[in-house]
Design a protein around this ligand. Sequence first.
Ligand code: BGC
Length: 713
Amino acid sequence: MTSDAVERLVSDLTLEEKVQLTHGAADTDGTSTGFVPGVERLGVPGVRFTDGPLGVRTDEPATAFPASMALAASFDPDLAREFGEALGREAKARDQDVLLGPGLNLVRVPHCGRNFEYFSEDPVVTGRFAAGVVEGIESEDVVATPKHFVANNQETARASVSAEVDERVLRELYLPGFRDAVDAGAGAVMSSYNRVNGTYMSEHERLLGAVLKDEWGFDGMVMSDWFGTESVVDAASGGLDLQMPGISAEDLFESMGMPADEFDPGGFDYADGMPDPRTGGLFRERLADAVEAGEVPESRLDDMVARYLTQLERHGLLGERGASGANGEGGGDGREGAIDTPEHRDLAERIAVRGTVLLENDGVLPLADDADVAVIGPNVEEAILGGGGSSETTPFTETSPVEGVEARAGGDVSVARGIPRIEDVSLFDGFGPDDADDEDDSPDVSIDDAVAAAEDVDVAVVFVRDQATEAADRETLALPGEQDELVEAVAAANDRTVVVLNTSGPVEMPWREDLAAVLASWYPGQAHGDAAATVLYGDSDPGGRLPVTFAPEGEYPANTERRFPGVDGEVHYEEGLLVGYRHFDATDADATYPFGHGRSYATFEYSDAEAVDDATVEVTVENTGDRAGREVVQAYVDSPDATDELERPPRELGGFVALSLDPGESRRVAVDLDERAFGRYDESDGWTVDAGEHVVSLGRSARDLRLDVSIDR
Ligand code: BGC
């Protein structure tokens, strides 16, 4: 609801001033990703917007947290809230008011270049993590911006492709995470570049207006993605409230001190992942005229501005602070924040540890303190911070795998790269993995050296990585470079070989059966080495579970060109509801590692499952091992068959609980089940729960179900 103060402000603003609050401008101090100048005479401050999901991205360092996928792999939404709070504090310390995250698009295809910025292939996991991060950010009085709304599930042609998707599929898979983020109090939502069923999301009246704002009651602002506004009248009428960055790329370059004549629009490949940067200034150039001509009602302009001002008011940004100047002169807004604190460093490490998934272990892990270890891999002398693009964060400090293991090991540590370094890829220096392998800064390495190092030690640990970036999808799930050859050669030389995957998601693992253990630790951020050592030596249980299914490339459901990356500008979501584990369960296809999978150094038993009401089940979990361990109890709901047009997934995750148990300890836990797991979305009746028996299976993964409980609805 609009407050009296905001209503008064809107009526005091001139047309020109109102339009000024609907788009960004050049940042006066050049620190932010986006900037909206204020209106000094009325106490409206200049507002700064910063990327992004993995850390605060200004021109200065910040804590580089693990990838969102690593956070989700913890299956611990409390950790998400803690992370959100830390992001909020770091944003304030850098005088930023709006955080451009969390990213929460569903992982529909494993190739998507931004999956590392997203949470999961499952909407309940996505929603709980999105809500946790949003609550945390907002609790620090920083505006959270869930993105990219909606069906931005690939980077190929992201600026133009139309996701052709059924209403029921949108409602059951792609929208719930956004709904949960909105319910958690997000002050903004970022529209995506793509079209949905033919209409650009920045002008999608039904999804932005009827669904997000009217049905869900979202009273915040919808901002465009950067250069993702296609029109003035359609966008404003469709529900877009704020055009970002609000100026053309030419002007943006100039504001950053780069000569405008170096701007070359022809240098961008618009068709393949990048939006047209010339459209950045549409609202600034034409919105006032459109209002004066009656093409956009002035009441709509007032609504745009009121939504924006309501968020400033709610976050304590109006009034006194506004009086400090429309451009935030004086270097900063004086709000207290915190950056690179010991707590934030510790949190970055804790997330990396908890998000590490032990995929496979024949007993080689945890490592003995005095084991002689070879640390092998092309990138072992650096921390893998993230993928390329707008989420790139520069840390104050980082530990590489070599540093982490050397600091922890009691035995000898030898190091071998084995093959040339696998380069980072980034939209900032190219548009895709093709540019990746040009640079070879390690010409004197050889697989033979790695084999020699492996032969002499108790255990060989090989760190491998993929290459992923915003604006391009991975062309293959195979590891880049000669990493497979390296792993195979090392595994042949030492049968106690462990592989650590530092990847954006699933990769092909042709050597899997020759290994003693495999860990997935995603992009672990600045604490890479310390977190890896903590898990390898068993100082902490690897707490993670897979938020995405690992399977051979051809087994995923989007396996035709129509489905991914699309044909004739359209990508057809023909797999319907059968995304991720829903597909593997429905078709009984083989997953390499199923959704929810993750081993522990402890062992667990489940007993005495019962339903305590029609949306909660309880179960007793006992740690039957001899080490402390972390368990994630998962509850999957199988609902009665309805006469559905779309094939209903056999089971859907309804809820989960993560807990730590000492050896011999047992605890009774309650798992709250999401109402949507019982229901289906009916186009005429909305969410509908079919009457009958719903079977809730409790287990350790989608394919390791231990106990069933019946709930009659
Ligand atoms: C990305 C957004 C990001 C924005 C600003 C776009 O390319 O899609 O996620 O927030 O740039 O950097």
